[in-house]
Design a protein around this ligand. Structure first.
Ligand code: ZN
Length: 152
């Protein structure tokens, strides 16, 4: 019997690989780590999401993890200095993802989510943004150090 020339090869489903978002399987994606932090008197508890992440899943993750950090990061004795630095590190990682093109699904990839995550509400439209005021002493201290170094 002749093989049917119109029959298509079935697409093999596979998990996301290198260069594909670990959450939705879309491309392009970048390898990053986005974290949140909770302060516990003397210590910190870190939650880390690491791997290939697309722009939209990254934005959703960045916003949620930063909101979590703003909510629960301040409850340690060294938080006033540690949390602002931590927020800056996350911000720089997010800026690396921001430049990516809009995610497109990859045929044959089966990921935990069927499509890129909804980015969610912007951080400054969430009530938790007020907790950024805790970072004010740190910002003022850095500005004072810079001013003293330059002008004293
Ligand atoms: Zn994604």
């Amino acid at each position: 019997m002749q093989p049917n020339p119109y029959q298509q090869e079935p697409i093999q489903a596979r998990p996301p690989g290198a260069g594909e978002c670990r959450f939705c399987g879309s491309t392009p994606a970048k390898k990053v780590a986005i974290q949140s932090m909770a302060g516990v008197i003397f210590a910190y508890e870190l939650t880390t999401y690491k791997g290939w992440i697309c722009r939209d899943c990254g934005m959703s993750l960045y916003r949620d993890q930063t909101a979590n950090t703003l909510k629960s990061g301040w409850w340690s004795l060294t938080s006033l200095f540690v949390v602002p630095i931590f927020l800056l590190v996350n911000l720089i990682r997010w800026i690396r993802l921001r430049g990516l093109a809009a995610p497109r699904p990859t045929a044959g990839v089966v990921a935990p989510n069927p499509r890129p995550a909804n980015p969610g509400r912007p951080l400054f439209k969430r009530p938790v943004a007020f907790l950024l005021l805790f970072a004010l002493p740190f910002v003022l201290a850095v500005l004072m150090i810079v001013a003293l170094a330059l002008f004293a």
